[in-house]
Design a protein around this ligand. Sequence first.
Ligand code: FCB
Length: 473
Amino acid sequence: MSAQPGSVRFPNGFLWGTKTAAYQVEGSVDVDGRGPSIWDTFSHHAGATRNGDTGDVACDHYRRMDEDLDLLAALGAPAYCFSVAWPRVQPSGSGALNQQGLDFYRRLVDGLLRRSIVPVVTLYHWDLPQALEDAGGWVSRDTVGRFSEYTRIVAGTLGDSVRMWITLNEPWCSAWLGYGTGEHAPGVRDHGKAAAATHHLLLAHGEAVNVLRATIPNASVGIGLNLQPVRPATDHDDDRAACHRVDGNLNRLFLDPIFTGRYPADMLEHYAGLQPGFDVVAEGDLEVIRTPIDFLGVNFYFPITVCAPARRAEARAAGYWIPETERRGRIGDLDAVQVLRAEVSRTQMGWEIEPAALTEILVRVRDQYASLPLYVSENGAAFDDYIGPDGEVHDADRIAYLDGHLRAVLDALDAGVDMRGYFVWSILDNFEWGHGYSKRFGLTWVDYPTGRRLPKSSFAWYRQTVRANGLER
Ligand code: FCB
């Protein structure tokens, strides 16, 4: 891969981009006919988000779209991935479409194309129309049909200009944070419902793949999964069993049905007896879920280490740190405890920084599932950014994080993995869900009172990386 001495290069045509999600950037939640989503409801609920932050204004991207398009052009990355807000397109999640909502995305796509930027569309990044949640949300099978209808509308409108589609972003988060731990909208705490939601989300994905293919002849369709290596704190059987359960929930529960058409037996057993639960699976569903996809999007942030709950003391003795207030977070009811390695640095989210874990998960997908084209569809980090006395944001830690993870992608390429592109989360600081505006992931600083955009040092660094199609050695 190395071309000129002194630098390492990515393959020709490697797709560089950045990514956002509608609710995190758009604001303007009640204009031009948009209906409420579960995130509007949830974020307005006392105590649901840090500081009571909501996406009401966010980055004001709905009104500042032209400025943001120019920002993307200045960055020079050839692709941009955004999500369509279902409640803008179908305010109540079914029935008549809202032309004004669709027009916004038409203008966005046209603006990207005018600047020679490839639009990549995510159909669902967590903002379910509230009316559908009132009717059962993802726990209800009806939502699957509604999603197909919505997909048909969006594909019919943008399909002439958009080739690359991501059906769902991180269905694990929608199901297990939304209906399991309740940390995300709609804030339900019921693991049986999370299991049912998992299945309906995956079924909605499979059906959407078929709808997209039927509507857009040359469509390239994939899904974005949050994947992460899970390791046992020690070699003890109980820690290894805890690790296997967490891996089952986070990774295998999604990869197995999509690539093999089966749910992992140990997970079906773990969740057996819950009402609802995986008993919502009907004949033929898994055939739909395993409909071949053209690519897999891997959203990667951090690896995770776990121990069995009864082995906290041994884990501490082995040098791990267990935060006083254990967040249920990624673990749900898996009879496991997340532990942290004291010697590994973490981002502002508390996420361990280990680029090699990205290589590991990419290689695993290829070895255990399929050797299809892969994209890193999200990667990035929040740090304690601030505007320095010189008026600039010198985010050297973000540059180091991105640089390290890009080298991990190169390692995956060297291992023969079919890596096709990389998307930084995110072009802008934005509404980080339950964390509100307290966590900044952007290549661009957003001054929330005024909405002013200020590219950080990482913006210039990424522009240079994209231009060189490579990194300094
Ligand atoms: C991912 C989400 C994205 C963003 C990043 C930091 O899980 O898909 O919206 O919040 O994390």
